[in-house]
Design a protein around this ligand. Structure first.
Ligand SMILES: *[C@@H]1O[C@H](CO)[C@@H](O)[C@H](O)[C@H]1NC(C)=O
Ligand SMILES: *[C@@H]1O[C@H](CO)[C@@H](O)[C@H](O)[C@H]1NC(C)=O
Ligand SMILES: *[C@@H]1O[C@H](CO)[C@@H](O)[C@H](O)[C@H]1NC(C)=O
Ligand SMILES: *[C@@H]1O[C@H](CO)[C@@H](O)[C@H](O)[C@H]1NC(C)=O
Ligand SMILES: *[C@@H]1O[C@H](CO)[C@@H](O)[C@H](O)[C@H]1NC(C)=O
Ligand SMILES: *[C@@H]1O[C@H](CO)[C@@H](O)[C@H](O)[C@H]1NC(C)=O
Length: 263
């Protein structure tokens, strides 16, 4: 078993990928509270039309209404955006169920799954190797190249909204078993599903713990049909790593070393 481990280490070419997310524009988080407030200019009470003041004081009754917050109800609550000052409205974020929050001014969604991009989390980022369709409860998947180990470093300023990343692979060799390996630097959850050419996506394992220690999962060629028939891919594995908090790194690989069939 040890010799096999060692041999595998040698066969799997280590490749380190620092996956960078696309730049996100940043804006000042605080909004100016205007000193002149036409809505309530005849009193010291300035709640931008979203609350009233207690008993003739200048303190806005909390919580503010109309999905606003702040001492003067001058900001939108999480999940809403717009300019609520002077009676303005807060509008719900529209993120295709792929984000809980958006930029308070622009409404640009903070997608929670790496590889999902677009103002409304409506598409995958093919330039960084993510494919799929995040609309209608779908998602985006990093296409893992077989026999390479990938390292995903999800840290830094533009990555802190991420709680999930997905991978996929379609083992190409029908004559060899496949192995998936994964390690997560912080505790994360792991689901693996399989989709075959003539079936829907089915769970293989759900809610497994992904930890610092490497986990290995075997998929035998007897149980799964690998490769393709004509132009139809027979078996694709989907891996969902979720419920994590950044910063973290994840190492993952699918492999089908050809020498396995000699054992
Ligand atoms: C905003 O909130 C105020 C006070 O709670 C309420 O009177 C008003 O109808 C609300 N406006 C809208 C557009 O919901
Ligand atoms: C409003 O002010 C009156 C008199 O100043 C006081 O008796 C009352 O308790 C106050 N009510 C509230 C809700 O603060
Ligand atoms: C991940 O990237 C951050 C900078 O974004 C760096 O400080 C850190 O050392 C990297 N971690 C690994 C394991 O490469
Ligand atoms: C993981 O599997 C569980 C159980 O089927 C499901 O409730 C959950 O939504 C899945 N999570 C992801 C991210 O796929
Ligand atoms: C997974 O981790 C959680 C805590 O992070 C722990 O309570 C649970 O027992 C673990 N499950 C397994 C199967 O190890
Ligand atoms: C796959 O092959 C069939 C017939 O062999 C063809 O009709 C179809 O367009 C092909 N699909 C793709 C995606 O190439």
């Amino acid at each position: 078993m040890h010799g096999m481990e060692l041999l595998l280490q040698m066969m799997v070419v280590a490749l380190t990928l620092a996956v960078v997310s696309q730049p996100v524009r940043t804006f000042p988080q605080e909004q100016e509270v205007r000193s002149e407030d036409p809505v309530t200019s005849n009193s010291a009470c300035r709640c931008n039309g979203h609350s009233t003041c207690a008993n003739g004081t200048s303190i806005c009754n909390q919580p503010c209404g109309n999905f606003t917050r702040g001492p003067h109800c001058e900001q939108c609550v999480s999940g809403y955006y717009g300019n609520p000052v002077n009676g303005g409205k807060c509008i719900p974020c529209e993120c295709n169920d792929q984000a809980a929050e958006c930029h308070p001014d622009t409404g640009k969604c903070f997608c929670t799954t790496k590889g999902i991009v677009g103002d409304h989390c409506e598409r995958c980022d093919p330039y960084n190797h993510y494919f799929g369709d995040p609309t209608n409860k779908g998602s985006c998947f990093y296409e893992l190249t077989i026999d390479y180990q990938f390292m995903f470093n999800i840290s830094g300023k533009n990555n802190h909204h991420y709680t999930q990343i997905n991978f996929r692979n379609s083992p190409s060799n029908p004559a060899v078993d496949a192995e998936f390996r994964i390690a997560c630097s912080v505790p994360s959850k792991l689901n693996i599903t399989v989709k075959t050419a003539d079936d829907v996506e089915r769970p293989i394992l759900t809610n497994h713990n992904c930890t610092f220690n490497q986990h290995s999962y075997w998929f035998s060629k007897a149980e799964y049909k690998f490769g393709a028939l004509g132009n139809v891919t027979l078996t694709t594995f989907y891996v969902y790593v979720y419920d994590f908090r950044t910063p973290l790194w994840i190492k993952s690989s699918f492999s089908q070393p050809k020498w396995w069939k000699l054992l």
